[in-house]
Every structure is written in C-alpha cells, then in structure tokens.
Design a protein around this ligand. Structure first.
Ligand SMILES: [Zn+2]
Length: 130
C-alpha cells in the first residue's frame, strides 16, 4: 500500500499514512494538535518505510530471546527480539550499532550501514595479535 504525507494546516507538522491507491483520503487528523491535515501532492512512496526492521540474520533461537535482550541491553544497545527470535531494529543507527558491537556487517553496506571495521573487528584483531 502506498504511503501518503499530510501536513497540518495549523501546526505544519507532517504525518504519514498508508492508504489503498484507489481510496486516498484528501485529509487526515494531525496527531500533534488534532486539527485537519491536508495531503501533500507529489509525495507518495510505494515502498513502506523499512523501520522497524526484523532481522533474521541478527536473530537468535527463540529460547534465547531473553538472554539476547539482556546482553544487548548490557552493551548499551537495548534490542527486542520477536517470538521467532528475529532482532528488531528501530533505525539504521540502531542496526549499525548492534551489528558492529556483535561482529555482523552488511556486505552491501552503504553510507551509515554496518561495516567490517567496527569495534568488534578491533577487539578481534587485538585478540589475534596479542
Ligand atoms: Zn497540527
């Protein structure tokens, strides 16, 4: 379903909403002040935002969820794991910090994605080279 953006006529805040493309509401209610918000023409995205993102690759066995959540929190990166054991990342920065701390990286990394040179790699090198 495409995503549409609405701008509040009073406070100018924007809000985004999914709608079927044959029934696009022209207006919405502003979640900040409760006034009417008008649809911004020209803005729509066929692809929904990918956050929060569920990651199987960074996940764990469902029985280990609690342990993984404690470990992530202990490293300063509080992360939820769903019932299938998938890690749930709330933002690109969250995913990057998690991956770099636990030694994962994105082979197709772009700007802001986890790379092989993160803190985990430095720790690994220190261990390997004494
Ligand atoms: Zn408003």
């Amino acid at each position: 379903m495409p995503l549409y953006r609405y701008r509040c006529t009073l406070c100018q805040q924007t809000t985004e909403q999914f709608a079927p493309s044959d029934k696009i509401p022209k207006s919405a209610r502003c979640p900040y002040c409760g006034m009417g918000a008008k649809r911004e023409l020209g803005f729509h995205s066929a692809r929904p935002s990918c956050w929060p993102m569920e990651s199987d690759a960074c996940g764990c066995h469902p029985d280990q969820r609690e342990e993984f959540m404690r470990t992530a929190a202990a490293h300063g990166i509080p992360t939820e794991f769903n019932h299938d054991g998938c890690a749930i990342f709330t933002s690109r920065e969250h995913r990057k910090r998690f991956c770099e701390t636990f030694g994962y990286y994105d082979r197709n990394a772009g700007y802001g994605d986890p790379t092989p040179g993160g803190p985990f790699r430095q720790i690994q090198q220190e261990i390997e080279h004494g």
